[in-house]
Design a protein around this ligand. Structure first.
Ligand code: 5GP
Length: 184
C-alpha cells in the first residue's frame, strides 16, 4: 500500500508540515530533466549521485533525461555525526568511472553551507573532467558559507531542517514522497 502526502502526515505526527509536495517535486524534476536534455544534446554526460540522500532525485531526474547518459555513485561524509557541517569531505565510496574528459553532473539532495559540494568539486576537478556542473534538488541559499555555482536547482528553501525524498533524520524518513519539516 502506498500513502499520499496527507496520509503520511496523519501517520507521522512528528512532521510539522509539507514544504514541497510530491506533485511539485515531480513537476520541477521533469523541467530540470528537459533542461539538461537540451544542454547535453551533443554529449554523453555522467550523472554522479552523491549518496545517500540524492538517490530518489537521481532516479526521477534521469528518467526525465532523453539524451544518452551514464550514472555513477559516490558517498562522502561531511557531518561528523552532528548537525553542523565540518566542511571536511571524507570519501566513503569512490566513483568507478574515469571522468577525465567527460561531462559530469553532480547530483545532490541539498546544498546548505556549500562546504561539502565545494570540497567535492575541488577534488573531482583534479581528475580533469571536460565539464563539471551541479544539479541540486534543494538550495538553502541563506545558509551558504562559500559561494558555489549551482547550474540546476529544484527549489530554494528556508533554513529549516527538512526530511523526505532521500533526506533523512537519523537514517529514517528517506522514503517520504514529499519534503517535510519536522516539529521542533
Ligand atoms: P553542506 O556542506 O552544504 O552544509 O551540507 C550538505 C549536506 O548536509 C547534505 O548533502 C545533507 O546530507 C546535509 N543536510 C543539510 N541540510 C539538511 C537538512 O535540512 N536535512 C537533512 N536531512 N540533511 C541536511
Amino acid at each position: 500500500m502506498t500513502f499520499d502526502d496527507q496520509e503520511y502526515l496523519s501517520r507521522y505526527p512528528f512532521i510539522d508540515r509539507v514544504l514541497i509536495s510530491s506533485e511539485e517535486i515531480t513537476r520541477r524534476v521533469r523541467q530540470l530533466g528537459n533542461e539538461i536534455s537540451n544542454d547535453y544534446k551533443d554529449s554523453v554526460p555522467i550523472f554522479v549521485c552523491i549518496l545517500k540522500g540524492a538517490y530518489p532525485f537521481l532516479a526521477d531526474l534521469t528518467r526525465c533525461v532523453s539524451v544518452d547518459h551514464e550514472v555513477d555513485f559516490m558517498a562522502v561524509s561531511s557531518y561528523d555525526g552532528g548537525t553542523q557541517s565540518t566542511g571536511v569531505v571524507k570519501i566513503e565510496k569512490d566513483l568507478k568511472s574515469n571522468i577525465t574528459n567527460r561531462d559530469c553532473i553532480l547530483v545532490e539532495d541539498i546544498i546548505d553551507t556549500g562546504l561539502t559540494i565545494n570540497n567535492l568539486m575541488e577534488l573531482l576537478k583534479t581528475r580533469n573532467p571536460r565539464s563539471l556542473r551541479v544539479a541540486a534538488l534543494l538550495d538553502k541559499k541563506g545558509a551558504r558559507k562559500i559561494d558555489v555555482p549551482l547550474h540546476y536547482t529544484g527549489f530554494e528553501i528556508p533554513q529549516e531542517f527538512v526530511i523526505g525524498y532521500g533526506l533523512d533524520y537519523d537514517e529514517k524518513y528517506r522514503n517520504l514522497p514529499f519534503i517535510g519539516i519536522m516539529k521542533a
